[in-house]
Write a protein that binds this ligand. Structure first.
Ligand code: SF4
Length: 145
């Protein structure tokens, strides 16, 4: 079997061609050892950077976008998502903040890719922002002017 895919290790994007049988038989198309290593990894244990979001408590936004600081094995992504779905972080969250260290023993850190401020008092009644403040004022509750 032959698999072809571009190398993503540098902007040149060489088209790699891997012949597979009982393991890797031949790798072609690479211009450097990094490409050869990437081709071997891609057909044996591919890795990806995981980008998703984590729940924020008391923030002006209910979620914060996150990503791993290095690629993790693609086969672990469903397990990683199950862990991440259970996470919640208190606001404020700073861009670059570590949300989780050593995701599933891969050594990868989960990092915030944006900032989320604490909800202001006026946000706290807005359920879309995750707040639990005062309910909205009805028109009939307002004093006559
Ligand atoms: S094989 Fe080497 S030169 Fe080609 S895209 Fe990959 S890293 Fe770049």
């Amino acid at each position: 079997m032959i698999r072809e895919f571009p190398c993503v290790s540098c902007p040149l994007g060489c088209l790699l061609r891997v012949e597979l049988g009982e393991g890797v038989i031949r790798i072609e198309g690479h211009r450097c050892p990094r490409g050869e290593a990437y081709a071997r990894e891609e057909v044996t244990d591919p890795k990806r950077v995981l980008a998703t979001s984590v729940k924020v408590l008391g923030g002006d936004y209910p979620l914060v976008s996150v990503r791993t600081d290095r690629p993790i094995p693609k086969r672990l992504i469903p397990q990683a998502m199950a862990v991440i779905r259970k996470l919640a972080v208190d606001a404020p969250v700073s861009i670059g903040q570590e949300i989780l260290s050593d995701l599933l023993g891969t050594g990868a850190r989960l990092i915030a890719t944006r900032s989320v401020r604490k909800a202001s008092a006026s946000d706290e009644g807005d359920p879309s922002l995750g707040g639990q403040g005062q309910p909205p004022v009805e028109k009939g509750d307002l004093p006559e002017s």
